[in-house]
Design a protein around this ligand. Structure first.
Ligand code: PEP
Ligand code: MN
Length: 368
C-alpha cells in the first residue's frame, strides 16, 4: 500500500464480468435517440458500463458544449430501461450535484481539470461524504505529480473508490498520436500506488480509429485493468471527436481480437523459467551498472583534462560522433535506433554533469 493513501481494490466495488473491462459510449450525449441506440447496441455486445460527455470541455468556444442536465435526464431513463451503469465527466460542484441527483454511478475528472488543483479541490469538497467512485484522467501535460496530487486530494476527503485513466499527453513535436501515450508516467503512477486500477483511453490517445486496437493491446500487455473506448452509432457524423469514434459493432470485433494477459504466472514450470530469466537479467543489470561506473570514471578523467585546458564540457563535434557511431553499433546488434539515441542522451547528460562537478571543484587550499 502506498503511503497516506487508502484505495479500495476495484473488484470490491465493481463486478467485472468480462475480461478485459471495457467502458464505452459516445464522446458526447447528443440526442436521446443517439444515446439510447448506442447503449442498446453496446449492451447487446456485453458492455454494461457506458460513458457519455454531458458537459464538453472544448478548446475553443462556439462548438458543441454538451446538453447538460437534459442529457442527465436521458441517461437516468436509459439506465433504467437497459439496466446499465454510467460514468460522466464532472468539472465543478454544480456538475457533481446534478450527476448525483440523476444517479450517475461513476464520475470522471477530465484531463483539462486534473491540471488545476483549485478545480480538483472543489470536486473533492463536493463529493466528500458520498463515497462515489471516481476516475481521474491524467493531466494534459506530462506531470506525474499533478496526477498523483489529484488522486491524493480526492482520497483525502474519504473517497477510496478511485481509478486512474491514461488518455495521453500533449507533448512537443509531431507524433502519430493525438495525445502521446507516455507509458512510463503511468508505470511510475502504478509503482507509487500499486493498488490503484489503471484504465487506458486509446480513443483520445490515438485521435483516429485505425490505431485503437494496437494501442488497446499494448495497454493490456502492460497489465492495465481496463479500457475506455468512445463509440457512436454514426461516428462520421458525431458532434465531437468524430474521427476517433467507432460503431458498437466495430468495437465488439476489436474486443474479440484483443488478447488478455495474466498478471501472475499460473503454471509452476513457467514460474521457475521466469525466475531463472529474471536472475540472468539481474546479473546483466549489475554488469551494466559496473560498466556505467567505469564510463563515469573515464569521463571524470576527461573533466580534469578539460579543466586544465579550460575547455567547455559540451563539445558538439564529439557529441555528434557519439550519436552516429553508437546508433551504427546498435544497428549491428538489432537494437532499436530511438532507444539507443534516447539512452545516449541520458548518458551524455550525466557525463556532462559529472565533468562539470570536476571542473567546478574548488581546491581545498588553506588560507593563511
Ligand atoms: C472525453 O473523454 O470525451 C474527454 C473530453 O476527455 P479528455 O479529458 O481526456 O480530453
Ligand atoms: Mn471525446
Amino acid at each position: 500500500m502506498s503511503k497516506n493513501l487508502n484505495i479500495e481494490p476495484i473488484n470490491n466495488w465493481m463486478k467485472i464480468e468480462k475480461n478485459p473491462l471495457v467502458i464505452s459510449g459516445p464522446c458526447s450525449a447528443e440526442t436521446y435517440d443517439q444515446l439510447f441506440e448506442t447503449c442498446k447496441q453496446l449492451k447487446s455486445y456485453g458492455i454494461n458500463l457506458m460513458r457519455a460527455g454531458v458537459w464538453k470541455p472544448r478548446t475553443r468556444p462556439g462548438s458543441f458544449e454538451g446538453n447538460g442536465e437534459e442529457a442527465l435526464k436521458w441517461i437516468s431513463e436509459i439506465k433504467k430501461e437497459l439496466d446499465i451503469k454510467f460514468t460522466v465527466e464532472v468539472a465543478n460542484t454544480n456538475h457533481i450535484e446534478l450527476s448525483l441527483k440523476y444517479d450517475i454511478d461513476i464520475l470522471w475528472i477530465g484531463a483539462r481539470t486534473t491540471v488545476n488543483p483549485f478545480s480538483v479541490q472543489e470536486i473533492a469538497d463536493a463529493i466528500k461524504g458520498t463515497n462515489t467512485p471516481i476516475f481521474i484522467k491524467n493531466p494534459i501535460n506530462p506531470d506525474l505529480s499533478l496526477w498523483m496530487g489529484a488522486i491524493e486530494r480526492i482520497n483525502k476527503v474519504g473517497i477510496n473508490k478511485i481509478g486512474a485513466i491514461h488518455r495521453g499527453f500533449s507533448t512537443m513535436g509531431s507524433s502519430r498520436y493525438r495525445y502521446a501515450p507516455l507509458w512510463n508516467i503511468a508505470i511510475d503512477l502504478k509503482s507509487n500506488i500499486p493498488e490503484l486500477p489503471i484504465i487506458c483511453d486509446p480513443s483520445h490517445i490515438c485521435g483516429n480509429r485505425e490505431m485503437i486496437l494496437e494501442t488497446s493491446q499494448k495497454a493490456l500487455d502492460l497489465g492495465y485493468d481496463g479500457l475506455i473506448i468512445e463509440s457512436h452509432i454514426d461516428p462520421d457524423n458525431a458532434w465531437s471527436d468524430a474521427k476517433q469514434q467507432v460503431t458498437p459493432k466495430v468495437l465488439s470485433s476489436m474486443i474479440k481480437k484483443l488478447k488478455t494477459k495474466n498478471k501472475n504466472e499460473k503454471n509452476n514450470t513457467y514460474k521457475h523459467l521466469l525466475n531463472e530469466l529474471r536472475d540472468h537479467i539481474d546479473d546483466v543489470d549489475k554488469e551494466i551498472i559496473d560498466v556505467l561506473a567505469k564510463r563515469i570514471d573515464l569521463v571524470e578523467k576527461i573533466g580534469e583534462f578539460k579543466k586544465e585546458q579550460e575547455l567547455t564540457s559540451f563539445q558538439v563535434k564529439r557529441w555528434n560522433e557519439i550519436t552516429k557511431s553508437r546508433i551504427n553499433w546498435a544497428k549491428d546488434k538489432n537494437l532499436d535506433e530511438n532507444f539507443i539515441k534516447n539512452l545516449y542522451k541520458l548518458i551524455h547528460l550525466a557525463s556532462i554533469d559529472a565533468q562539470n562537478k570536476v571542473i567546478h571543484k574548488k581546491k581545498n587550499k588553506i588560507k593563511i
